[in-house]
Ligand binder design. Structure first.
Ligand SMILES: Cc1ncc(COP(=O)(O)O)c(C=O)c1O
Length: 499
């Protein structure tokens, strides 16, 4: 096929279902980008003269000229002096990703964290993969100063073993921290854990025997799914509605399957960003009380609220005799990487939880616990965390403004009231496997939805996390992704043959 004289496949591509929604030059640009990404138009190829192509497509030469200009602006073409437009690859195109070893598409959830971590840092890539905070948008500086003060003092106890439940001064400090979130708890009800992840693992390993049923949200945090799988749990999924899990389905499962545990992530749920309404939290608590099933509440980062009113955690609404296990991590909002969390549990279960904690790591690092206790002692952190949340709100707005402008209208998504992720459902003709590699070749990556499902993943879903993405690249990343989605949606070739 000679690209200089053919219609570049544009006649077929422009007849697609996207007609009318985007201006013709944009659709021509997108169709050309797809062909360049697929390698059908190679760098150095001279595009057909504007007039010749216009005649072939029976459209105005101005439209082609505009499309070539847009292609150039996207970095996929350059106008040569003396005439002609030449295909090129964008300079930020991650050549090593397009040409070299590319990590396998994450299908095993166990690999996902590592893969997302690597993808988010690949040169030239605008990564929406890691649901992590940016180090510059955390309270790391204050924490560093606390650590420096701490280590300057003579205190050998920071370098010795502590009891598995946690270091005394941190256990003494945590009730005050939790009280600010409406939670009444005593040191005897709590364990300091190595991140929220370990808390989830401890509860599941302490409560669930292989083969027992556990209810999880559909979709759910993939780290929870991993924990449940490792414990040999039979995972029952309850679909998430706009205001939280479908309680009708939950009641039905409770009757039929008598699960051991129900797991929820009620505020800015990972991956969907959905926040469970207060009414639903109260109704869920009533169900828990009536049936006696245990509840695992992963209260991940309620501080990251950008709009709407705070909703109390289920633990805040419950009493000490309710079978509620409450998990909170300090890595997402406060200081990434400190690997500390807290687990609140009904008092009678604490000894069993401590046994499990001791079998995994004996204790969480003493010096980090000491520093966290000291850090939490000065309430000035509250203002700093509020300022961090405002900065993330601004980043979320940049991203969602750009997506609102650029995504085809059949894409299903909503703007969550907080959290560092967005959940997208692609237009009906698309499958995430069809856009994953084209998007990576265009220098934008995301987390496919599959690992967030225990079974039968919805192949149209994906998660965009913006915590680590430099703010000046958010709109560009949204544009790259939306261009791929638009091109694939309007391409006549089935998505599955493009990878
Ligand atoms: C919903 C949810 N729970 C728990 C965790 C684990 O948190 P931590 O880093 O405190 O172990 C994460 C991390 O992304 C999460 O998104």
């Amino acid at each position: 096929m000679d690209p200089v004289t053919d219609d570049l496949g544009l006649l077929a591509a422009l007849g697609g279902g996207d007609a009318g929604r985007h201006p013709l030059p944009v659709r021509i640009r997108d169709a050309l980008v797809v062909r360049i990404q697929r390698g059908e138009l190679r760098a150095g190829t001279r595009l057909p003269p504007i007039r010749a192509l216009a005649t072939q497509l029976a459209i105005s030469p101005m439209t082609i000229a505009k499309a070539y200009k847009l292609l150039g602006a996207a970095g996929y073409a350059e106008a040569r002096t003396g005439g002609g437009t030449i295909v090129r690859l964008p300079s930020r195109e991650p050549r090593h990703i397009a040409d070299g070893p590319f990590p396998a598409r994450p299908s095993a959830p166990g690999n996902l964290s590592q893969l997302l971590f690597e993808l988010a840092r690949s040169p030239g890539v605008i990564g929406f993969t890691g649901n992590y905070p940016a180090p510059e948008l955390s309270d790391a500086e204050a924490f560093r100063a606390t650590l420096a003060r701490l280590t300057a003092r003579p205190c050998e106890s920071w370098f010795r073993y502590d009891p598995p439940a946690g270091r005394e001064e941190l256990l003494a400090r945590l009730p005050g921290f939790l009280a600010r979130h409406g939670i009444a708890a005593a040191p005897a009800d709590m364990l300091v854990t190595s991140g929220a992840q370990q808390a989830l693992d401890i509860v599941v390993r302490a409560l669930v025997r292989p083969g027992e049923a556990v209810v999880a949200e559909r979709p759910a945090y993939h780290g929870l799914i991993n924990v449940l799988r490792a414990a040999g749990a039979r995972i029952l999924e309850v679909p998430l509605l706009e205001d939280g899990p479908d309680l009708g389905v939950l009641e039905d499962l409770l009757r039929r399957e008598q699960p051991r545990l129900v797991c929820v992530n009620p505020t800015f749920q990972n991956p969907t960003g959905i926040t469970m309404s207060r009414e639903k939290r109260e109704a869920l608590l009533a169900i828990i009380r009536r049936t006696g099933v245990s509840l695992l509440e992963d209260d991940h980062s309620p501080e990251m609220r950008f709009s709407g009113e705070p909703v109390p955690s289920i633990r805040a609404l419950s009493g000490p005799s309710d079978p509620v296990f409450y998990v909170r991590g300090f890595g997402k909002v406060y200081v990434p990487g400190i690997r500390l969390g807290v687990l609140l549990a009904p008092a009678a279960t604490v000894p069993r939880l401590l046994e499990v904690k001791a079998t995994t790591d004996l204790q969480s690092p003493a010096i980090m616990q000491g520093a966290l206790a000291e850090y939490l002692a000065d309430p000035a952190y509250l203002d700093r965390i509020a300022a961090i949340a405002r900065a993330y709100a601004e980043r979320q707005k940049r991203l969602t403004d750009a997506l609102s402008r650029a995504l085809p209208p059949e894409t299903e998504w909503r703007i969550p009231e907080g959290g560092l992720s967005l959940w997208l459902r692609l237009p009906p003709t698309l499958d995430v496997t069809g856009i994953y590699y084209p998007a990576a070749r265009c220098g934008v990556t995301f987390a496919p939805g599959e690992p967030f499902y225990a079974a039968n993943p919805d192949p149209r879903t994906l998660r965009l996390s913006f915590g680590l993405t430099p703010p000046e690249l958010l709109a560009e990343g949204a544009d790259r992704l939306a261009a791929v989605i638009r091109s694939m949606a309007q391409s006549s070739v089935p998505a599955s043959v493009m990878v």
